[in-house]
Each structure stands twice: as structure tokens, then as C-alpha cells.
Design a protein around this ligand. Structure first.
Ligand SMILES: O=C(O)c1ccccc1NCC(=O)[C@H](O)[C@H](O)COP(=O)(O)O
Length: 403
């Protein structure tokens, strides 16, 4: 029996990243009493972008139940999309070789499928994120794709040409350290988090930012992720436009250089780059873009391997050590100490890199502990934002008035 059936999303591409020949598409076998669960692919699916823009090819169902698509039915345009997908797979392989466990997309297909007019959910091990960071990144990839469609890079570049200049984030941290003898404070405007839920009901970002500035913060960090942190770019923009003078860090999950340009027009002076997500080449490329736009890059690491990768990249000036394990949410400030011990600490000192201790800092003893370990700045959210008076919270955190 042979039939030509239109199939929308049930195919998997079997071409390997290394192949130079035109990729061949093959399909999951379709049994007579076909069940939706059979749609779980054997291979790795394409990105949404590639998949959604591929035309539905005609499929020939063979006698054994398998379905094939003839190479002749693949248009030039589709072949190009498949190539794009191959390059993305290659990037995944490079990331894995650098110890990056965060995958940029589900290795099988995303759990949402369509068959004809029907939409349904199939979950399997491959399409469920391994931790919260991976979940955030998969979501962010889609979000950024939509944002880019609404505002192309060319429009951002045009807007940047008339944007006000950035402020010196690193200089502010250095000045604060010399003035107080204590780590420069990056105080975080944080409404909620995946680990703690809602942190503050009566959340007024501008009021909190002004209180932080009054309390002696050198710089501010503004969470812009909406889905997981209830932050926004509107908050960043509002704080910048409210006359707050502290330089602002855009606390985002950057997966695409487009976001750096976007942060710049929304008022950022610095932006976070997470080594657990970005391969070395991306970090190199993105830090260059930051420099070009006058932004400071805060490159965040969680473990020794990430620290060594980042230390191997030229021109890094600011490294954040995050004490939060993003798999378990456990916070352990000794992570900062461990990563600054021995040769690593020596090298950081010699190269004049400023290190920021991030997450889980609540008391003067915590601040003293990470300062002793070698940090010259700290990034603090929860313990300050929860205070009725965040300015007073800063004095309590440092054990003295640092304004
Ligand atoms: O805070 C979280 O629950 C979280 C979960 C997943 C990814 C990142 C997360 N936090 C981002 C941060 O780096 C912190 O907001 C920042 O270091 C301040 O931490 P804290 O002082 O403990 O609020």
C-alpha cells in the first residue's frame, strides 16, 4: 500500500552535523492503530524556527509502515533551513565539549505537537529541562525570537545612535571599594525568584532603587526576566529615567547578542553573561559587542571549570561567582572561597579582574567571609529587597552605614 499523506511535525532529520551531502529526512513509522505517543522521535528535532518555517513535505508511507520523503521534494529553501539546524547542532556539540550541561533546546522535540488541527502534549526524558536554568533558557530562546521579529537589530542600532551614554559600572565598584574598604554593593531589584517565590508584595522598583542608592549601593542590578522573576525591561527603563545615578546591570538570561543591544537602549550600563549557558566563542563575541556599546560584561561562573574557561578568555574584567546551585537551589557561600583559592585567585589578582560574590549573602559575617576570600564586590537581592526600608537593610548587611 502506498499513500501520500501530509504530515506536519512528526518528522525527524537524520542528517549529522558533519555531513556535507544534502540531508535526508526520514519519518517515524506510523502503525495502523497509530497512537499519538508514537510521535516521540528517535532523533533530535529541529529548532522551532527551522521546523515552523519548513513546508510540509509529502510523505510516502511504505509497506512496513515507515514513511519517507523523497529528496526531490525538498526545496532549496528547506535545505537551507536544515543546514541552519545542522549548524545549531554543531554548536550544541561544542558547548557539551566545554562541559556546558545546559542544552539550548530539547534534544528531542518540544513537548507541544500538532497533528492536523489537533494540539497535544507528549513529554519524554529528552524534552523535559534538566533544571531550572535549562527551563529558563529554553523559554528565553523562544521569547527572544519573538522579540527580534518585533524589533529587528537594525532598529536597535538606529536607536542606540541617539541613546544617552553609558555610565562606568566598573569604576563605580572600584570607587566604592576605595571609599568604604568594603566590597562595592550591587543591590538587586528583585521581585520574585524561582527558588523563593514572591519576595515582596508591595514592589515599587523605582522606590526600591532610590532607597538602595541612598543606602550606599555602588551599582544596581535589575532583573528583566518576566516569567520566572516578575521583572521587566520597563523596570530598567523606569529606574534609569527616574534620575537614579548608580550604574545599572541588566540581569537577563542572554542567549543572543540581540539582547545586548536591546538592554543598551533600555538603559543598561552592564549586562550578565552566564558561562553555564554560553560557550567560549559566544562569550568572546558578546564581550566584544559589550565593549563596542560601552557596556560592562559581568561574566558569571558557578564552578572551577567555568572559572577556568572564563580566565582563558582575553579582556574579561568582571567575574561573578554565583553561590547558588541552579540544580538544587542550595546556596553555599564557600563556593566563592573555593573558586578563588590558589592559582586562580593569584591570576585574578595579577590581571586586576574584579570578582563579585553573588547570592546568599545575609549578614556582615557573610560579607566579611567573601571579602576575605578575595571579592571586591557583592551582588545581593533577597536580604535587601525584603526589608521594609532597603537603605537600612544595607547598613545591617554591612554592619555599618556605607552611604
Ligand atoms: O534566585 C534564584 O532563585 C535563581 C534561580 C535560577 C537562576 C538564577 C537565580 N537567581 C539569580 C541570581 O543570581 C540572584 O538573583 C542574585 O545573585 C542575588 O541572589 P540573592 O541575594 O540570594 O537573592
Amino acid at each position: 500500500m502506498e499513500a501520500v499523506v501530509p504530515l506536519r511535525t512528526t518528522f525527524t532529520a537524520t542528517a549529522t552535523a558533519a555531513s556535507t551531502a544534502r540531508p535526508r529526512l526520514s519519518f517515524q513509522p506510523l502503525a495502523k492503530n497509530f497512537a499519538f505517543s508514537r510521535l516521540i522521535p528517535a532523533g533530535i528535532s529541529m529548532t522551532d524556527r527551522a521546523r515552523s518555517s519548513l513546508q510540509c513535505p509529502p510523505v510516502r508511507v511504505q509497506q512496513d509502515g515507515s514513511a519517507v520523503v523523497s529528496e526531490d521534494t525538498i526545496s532549496e529553501e528547506d535545505a537551507l533551513k536544515i543546514k541552519e539546524w545542522e549548524v545549531e547542532r554543531l554548536q550544541d556539540e561544542i558547548a557539551a565539549s566545554q562541559g556546558i550541561r545546559i542544552r539550548r533546546r530539547p534534544p528531542t522535540r518540544p513537548p507541544l505537537h500538532y497533528v492536523g488541527p489537533f494540539e497535544f502534549q507528549v513529554e519524554n526524558e529528552g524534552n523535559t529541562p534538566c533544571n531550572i536554568l535549562e527551563e529558563i533558557i529554553w523559554y528565553k530562546d523562544k521569547e527572544v525570537l519573538q522579540m527580534k521579529e518585533r524589533t529587528p537589530l537594525s532598529a536597535l542600532k538606529k536607536a542606540i545612535s541617539s541613546a544617552p551614554p553609558t555610565r562606568d559600572f566598573l569604576g563605580a565598584l572600584r570607587r566604592s571599594y576605595s571609599r568604604t574598604g568594603l566590597p562595592g554593593l550591587i543591590a538587586e531589584v528583585k521581585k520574585a525568584s524561582p527558588s523563593r517565590g514572591l519576595l515582596r508584595e508591595d514592589f515599587n522598583p523605582v522606590k526600591i532603587a532610590k532607597a538602595y542608592e541612598k543606602g550606599g549601593a555602588a551599582c544596581l542590578s535589575v532583573l528583566t526576566d518576566e516569567k520566572y522573576f516578575q521583572g521587566s525591561f520597563e523596570n530598567l527603563e523606569a529606574i534609569r529615567n527616574a534620575g537614579v545615578e548608580c550604574p545599572l546591570l541588566c540581569k537577563e538570561f542572554v542567549v543572543d547578542a540581540w539582547q545586548i543591544y536591546y538592554a543598551r537602549i533600555k538603559g543598561a550600563d552592564a549586562i550578565l553573561l552566564i558561562a553555564a549557558v554560553l560557550p567560549d566563542l559566544d562569550i568572546m563575541y558578546m564581550t566584544k559587542i559589550c565593549k563596542l556599546l560601552g557596556l560592562t560584561a559581568l561574566v558569571e561562573v558557578h564552578d572551577e571549570r567555568e572559572m577556568d574557561r572564563v580566565l582563558g578568555i582575553d579582556g574579561i574584567e568582571l567575574i561573578g561567582i554565583n553561590n547558588r546551585d541552579l540544580g538544587t537551589f542550595k546556596v553555599d557561600i564557600s563556593n566563592t572561597k573555593n573558586l578563588l583559592e590558589g592559582e586562580r585567585g593569584k591570576r585574578i589578582h595579577e590581571e586586576g579582574i574584579i570578582v563579585v560574590g553573588e547570592s546568599g549573602l545575609f549578614t556582615p559575617a557573610d560579607v566579611a567571609y567573601v571579602q576575605e576570600a578575595g571579592v571586591k564586590a557583592v551582588l545581593v537581592g533577597e536580604s535587601l529587597v525584603k526589608q521594609m526600608d532597603p537603605a537600612k537593610g544595607i547598613s545591617e548587611l554591612f554592619g555599618k552605614d556605607i552611604s
